[in-house]
Write a protein that binds this ligand. Sequence first.
Ligand code: NDP
Length: 451
Amino acid sequence: MNKYLENVLEKTKNKNSNEPEFIQAVTEVLTSIEPVIVAHKEYEQLALLERIIEPERIITFRVPWVDDNGQVQVNRGYRVQYSSLIGPYKGGLRFHPSVNQSIMKFLGFEQIFKNALSGLPIGGAKGGCDFDPKGKSDSEVMRFCQSFMTELYRHIGADIDVPAGDIGVGAREIGYLFGQYKRIKNGYEGGVLTGKAVSYGGSLARTEATGYGLIYYMREMLKANNNQSFNGKKVTISGSGNVAIYACQKAQQYGAKVIAMSDSNGCIYDKNGIDLDLIKQIKEVERGRIKEYLREHKDAEYIETIDRNDAPIWTIPTDIALPCATQNELSLTSATKLVNHGVIAVGEGANMPTEAKAIEYLQTNDVLFAPAKAANAGGVSTSAIEMSQNSMRYYYSFEEVDKRLEQIMINIFKACEESAEKYGCSGNYAAGANIAAFRKIAKAMKAQGIV
Ligand code: NDP
């Protein structure tokens, strides 16, 4: 490895030794941009990599709230304002008990690259809290969101930092957060949050965007490789949240047979094809467990997750696997099983769902691999379209937004393909995505001086 890259990586590991997810994300990027670093000797003197790796700002704060029993609870909130090079900080909020600084930094770091790839004027950020919305009443979630925003509001704004949803943060949470922001600020600043409901400034097609975008990207990747398509292919999709549900919907529209989906407890396998209306009812309306699927489909199978390192969904033979749940959910063990069963493509709907060793294994076994920062960029891209609609005080139709989203995903795929080809790693779309995004970021950094 190039000496400069090696030194930066070493320093990053030493300085952040208790942040494994963050180190994983940085390592993945640094190891694939070597040809660009070699071609630009000046980057070392400018400490370009060191500056990209260090967040502009990290905010952590106390979130006290009162539960339904009158007991005071305290959670820890975060906002990592990573990079404002290309536009206002932009990235989702995650409410999940696993949230910590390492996870916030890995997500924020990835977001800089994803947002650069989108071609839209948005910087990179991430935030969230170790609060678990699961099993909480609506009033508890509201009180929590109000407390969270009472601190966060002073750090955000339509031209400063624009949060959105992520795991555990959907339309309900965004609504409560927005209501509290508006109340504190005494003004209607629609563009301060995205993922809003359409009734008060949200964008049509934002709910569908990440899942649809993933399938548009996959469609382009399949087409570019022997003119393949979704039609008639078996597909397995992990998770059953926002990304998974709409990936399933678009894949089904393209003639694929989705045979399995999951949640954090286990997966359902329905060889007749997933009944998506039922999944939506269980997950979006009832907020229940995926196991409930069996109540209407007695011949489907439920397999409980015992070992996360060998998640049952990846043991089911499939043509296309779409990890859409969480980080590091597809291990080397799982990748081996997928390859043995003849998988042809893996597309990351979640952020960093595939372990580094698993990616390497898939690629050396000629499995087409669509990396998260490119393949799931449809969500944030549509958030940026929501921001522009808010600025214009205007709405686009569902079809207009969907068309723009589709074109953005086509452009992102082309950028990954061309960069991989130009820098000698043809077909490696993960390297292509990192290189294309890094080149754009590096140019902006050089132009803006030492800041
Ligand atoms: P949701 O909260 O809507 O859904 C998450 C889903 O993943 C739930 O079904 C959850 O199950 C499941 N899950 C969580 N952990 C595991 C696990 N270990 N194994 C299996 N399933 C699990 O989140 P989203 O769909 O919004 O986000 C999913 C991923 O996509 C995340 O990585 C997120 O960062 C990424 N992403 C999301 C975007 C968006 O627009 N929403 C944009 C870009 C990326 P359970 O109900 O049991 O918790």
